[in-house]
Design a protein around this ligand. Structure first.
Ligand code: TYD
Ligand code: MG
Length: 455
């Protein structure tokens, strides 16, 4: 298998190997090694002697560092995820499925920043300038002074960016860029890494912020090596379920801000509209809440978000019952089902279980456990929860309901949206106008749902 000089790059982690194998020895990914033309074999790097003496200067922890300046782009949902605006000289990677709206979002961000006085460029390697311009005009951005270019040659882009000062540059996308210093094809690990490295280096040197757009593989990782994620200061993912207009910008890494912040947008025919108050967005407000539905009082970043969790428990037609979940972790569903079986006497062994988070939102908070369990129990007993009830709480393997963070914020938001009742951990304190049904154990909550006795 090994040929002289052949180099294999892992498409997942970017590690280089001199021989092919089915599994990457560096990250353990299967079938990820692809031969790359023009890469330098590992170990071929020669260290050059330093030409001057370098002194290492230490500093104290107590010295003050001024907060980094920020470019407020005016797209508040974007700025919040950044941690209060884009930091000059920083590099941001934005990943997402094809068609989710990455180009639309970044064109809007660039246009809005340009309107606030920043010098912005949008370089597309995927579309012609006419296409980008036509889209901008349709979105009502024609007056913004964003400089457009369609280019894939890294050398041309670097030269262009060196010739003119910019505050914010969007590269759409990093996978289309290629450097003539490497023989590997565009989109290969070597090319993506080289392009990202050069662009990040230039950004740091010039104090210009650079946003790299990255495609996402079927497995959900940003295609190309993970080394790109290490090179940049922030990694955001832009998510949305097909068929829903809502799009969520989520921070996965951020050197200049918190990563639990989300930005919510709605895709319309004039681009993305910001959703400033998303708390009621994912609620089904039309009609009665049926059996199998529970409203989860969640927190996304700094904001409370109420969202309906829907469950369907149905007799299984086949030997192996189905478990399908959208918007939540399937491992978490398996755990909640196991606790419901072991601690509450419910049986799901011969039943199919479907769980869906309404509106295309993805929930990762453990606080959603009790809401999911309540939806499952409600469907299993065919007993609807009260219309005006929100649910939250973490479930432990022993069947206890544990308290969660920010209970006050969750309950206040629920009260504000007209909910009058909450099912949650016992130590929560309900604000005026809201009655809390505290459950020590999941079995207590399940008992109440099966009896329908809420008063
Ligand atoms: P795009 O930004 O090209 O996605 P990406 O860069 O992530 O591949 O968005 C493409 C989708 O967005 C396309 O299916 C059409 C839709 N869209 C709208 O619905 N309204 C609009 O105003 C725009 C510009 C796009
Ligand atoms: Mg695009």
């Amino acid at each position: 298998m090994a040929r002289d000089g052949a180099v294999y790059a892992c498409q997942s982690c970017g590690a280089l190997q001199t021989r092919w194998s089915g599994q990457c020895p560096a990250c353990g990914a299967w079938n990820s090694l692809v031969e790359e033309q023009g890469s330098r074999p590992p170990g071929a790097l020669k260290l050059t002697k330093p030409t001057r003496k370098v002194h290492l200067a230490f500093e104290g922890l107590d010295e003050t560092t001024p907060a980094p300046p920020r470019i407020a782009t005016g797209v508040d949902e974007w700025d919040r995820v950044c941690g209060g605006g884009v930091v000059p000289g920083s590099a941001i990677l934005v990943g997402g499925d094809p068609g989710v709206g990455k180009s639309t979002l970044l064109l809007q961000v660039a246009a809005s920043a340009a309107r606030s006085g920043a010098r912005c460029a949008y370089i597309s390697g995927e579309e012609a300038v006419e296409q980008v311009r036509a889209r901008a005009q349709r979105m009502g951005l024609a007056d913004a002074t964003v400089k457009l270019a369609a280019e894939t040659s890294l050398r041309a882009i670097l030269d262009g960016l060196k010739a003119e000062p910019f505050d914010l540059v969007v590269i759409d996308s990093i996978q289309t860029m290629w450097s003539d210093a490497h023989e590997a094809g565009p989109g290969s690990v070597t090319q993506v890494r080289a392009a990202a490295q050069e662009l990040v280096r230039l950004a740091k040197k010039r104090g210009m912020a650079v946003v790299l757009v990255g495609h996402v593989t079927k497995e959900g990782a940003i295609a190309g090596p993970r080394v790109v994620e290490h090179m940049v200061d922030a990694v955001f993912s832009f998510e949305g379920e097909r068929g829903y207009p809502f799009r969520i910008l989520r921070g996965a890494k951020n050197r200049f801000g918190a990563t639990d912040e989300i930005g919510v947008f709605e895709m319309g025919d004039r681009g993305l509209a910001e959703v400033k108050n998303p708390s009621a967005l994912f609620l089904n407000t039309s009609g009665q809440r049926a059996a199998g539905a529970a409203v989860f009082a969640g927190i996304e970043g700094s904001r409370p978000v109420l969202v309906e969790i829907q469950a369907l428990v149905a007799p299984s037609a086949y030997g192996t019952p189905r478990r399908a979940v959208v918007g939540w972790d399937s491992g978490r569903l398996a755990m909640v089902l196991a606790v419901l079986e072991a601690r509450c006497g419910l049986s799901f062994g011969d039943r199919d279980v479907y769980l869906n988070v309404a509106g295309g939102l993805r929930i990762s908070e453990p606080a959603a456990d009790l809401a999911a369990a309540a939806a499952l129990a409600s469907s299993a007993f065919d007993q609807a929860l009260p219309q005006d009830c929100v649910v939250f709480g973490e479930i432990s393997l022993s069947g206890d309901v544990r308290s969660v963070s920010r209970m006050d914020g969750r309950l206040k938001e629920a009260a504000k949206l007209g909910f009058r009742r909450a099912l949650g951990p016992t130590d929560a304190e309900a604000p005026a106008g809201l009655r809390l049904t505290g459950a020590h154990r999941l079995a207590d909550a399940v008992q109440r749902i099966s009896d329908g006795g809420w008063d």
